[in-house]
Design a protein around this ligand. Sequence first.
Ligand code: HEM
Length: 84
Amino acid sequence: MSKTYTAKDVAEHKDDQSGVWIIVDSAVYDVTNFLDEHPGGAKILKRMGGKNATKQFWKYHGDSVLTKYGPKLKIGDLAETAKL
Ligand code: HEM
């Protein structure tokens, strides 16, 4: 079973200390260990830490990016949109 997180949980993870989590669509990703690997750079990703990055994500990437990295980085779903 996948975990669910609230937007508040995600908002508490926005720096090196707490970890960097982002929301894309209804999923939560922990990109803490991906920051230095990100081809678009750590800075732009860090800036979205704790936030809903859906709009920014789809502006720069296609489905294939989530197919490739999603399984590695996804930690759960957003509680508000989780289907029971
Ligand atoms: C789960 C989160 C993310 C993953 C796995 C990811 C992965 C990647 C990958 C694999 C690329 C290389 C280009 C490609 O294959 O399409 C890339 C490029 C890029 N990403 Fe991300 N990214 C993430 C989140 C974000 C976010 C939130 C932003 C913006 C705030 C962002 C901005 C960019 C930019 C600007 C590029 C460079 C595009 C270019 O040079 O044309 N990424 N990212």
